[in-house]
Design a protein around this ligand. Structure first.
Ligand SMILES: Nc1ncnc2c1ncn2[C@@H]1O[C@H](COP(=O)(O)OP(=O)(O)OP(=O)(O)O)[C@@H](O)[C@H]1O
Length: 255
């Protein structure tokens, strides 16, 4: 793993300007993500998780501080990351293949070459045979896998995933965790992952950033000392349960 970060946030401050007074979301926070890492961002509702993603993608500009992606200039971030929103946002009138193809339609290269790549991706994502299906014919987990594949096909090394499994029932979510943990080693991507789910954050991540919105807009970093490869059964082990408790205490500022 190279030691120079793919994402580097230094001294970031941001406030939404209100009619009467500004609402401070971040005050001088710093976050680094190394190539190939899986890093989660957790925090209470309103702590600024989505705002952080908007700042990283370049939809918002920091009031203070810098954000570098892949060492590029802080002011030039638009189009540099793959972003997957919370809702799958698949177009209902397009088939699975055509939904995945969507971002590739604007890029150069042969259509056949892209189709081969998509077919290969669908196989890896357990979606072979569903090429011509429409979103309403898929389960929630399958829709999220199509949306994830589409995000990956954009070809960016850094992926921002905004609660991709948040709307799934617990059994489907468990299956998605198994699937993602299995796939993870081969993906060779860097992921920044928003979640409310502490178990999910520990299971999937190398490190976790806690956003402490109500506590002056600061962040705390927490390392997940669990070896890989991991599997979703880990959550039943005493070491995992102890970690979860430690993280909860940290969130509630009792540690
Ligand atoms: N455009 C805006 N103008 C003013 N305030 C905003 C705007 N967008 C978000 N906020 C406020 O900023 C704070 C952080 O919002 P944000 O959506 O980033 O939180 P979040 O952690 O993603 O929440 P959730 O988990 O509920 O999605 C909230 O208090 C929200 O009301």
């Amino acid at each position: 793993m190279s030691s120079s970060p793919i994402l580097s946030i230094k001294g970031l401050s941001y406030a939404f300007s209100g009619e009467e007074n500004a609402k401070s979301i971040f005050q001088h926070i710093s976050i680094d993500v190394l190539p190939g890492e899986f890093v989660s961002v957790i925090g209470a509702s309103g702590s600024g998780k989505s705002t952080l993603f908007k700042l990283i993608t370049g939809l918002l500009e920091p009031d203070e501080g810098q954000i570098w992606i892949d060492g590029g200039q802080s002011g030039k971030r638009l189009g540099k990351v793959g972003y997957m929103p919370q809702k799958d946002l698949l177009l209902p009138w397009r088939t699975v293949v055509d939904n995945v193809m969507l971002p590739l339609e604007l890029t150069k290269g042969s259509k056949q070459g892209k189709m081969d790549e998509i077919r290969e991706g669908l196989k890896r994502f357990g979606l072979a045979g569903y090429e011509k299906a429409y979103p309403h014919e898929l389960s929630g987990g399958m829709k999220q896998r199509v949306a994830f594949l589409r995000t990956i096909m954009i070809g960016k090394d850094l992926l921002l995933l905004d609660e991709p499994f948040g709307a799934l029932d617990s059994m489907t979510k468990h299956n998605m965790h198994s699937w993602l943990l299995e796939l993870w080693g081969d993906l060779q991507k860097t992921v920044l992952f928003i979640t409310h789910d502490l178990e999910e954050a520990i299971l999937l991540s190398d490190r976790i950033y806690l956003l402490l919105g109500e506590d002056g807009g600061s962040v705390k970093e927490w390392k997940v000392e669990l070896p890989r490869p991991r599997n979703s059964e880990l959550i039943y082990q005493s070491e995992f349960i102890a970690m979860r408790k430690e993280l909860e205490l940290l969130i509630h500022n009792e540690k």
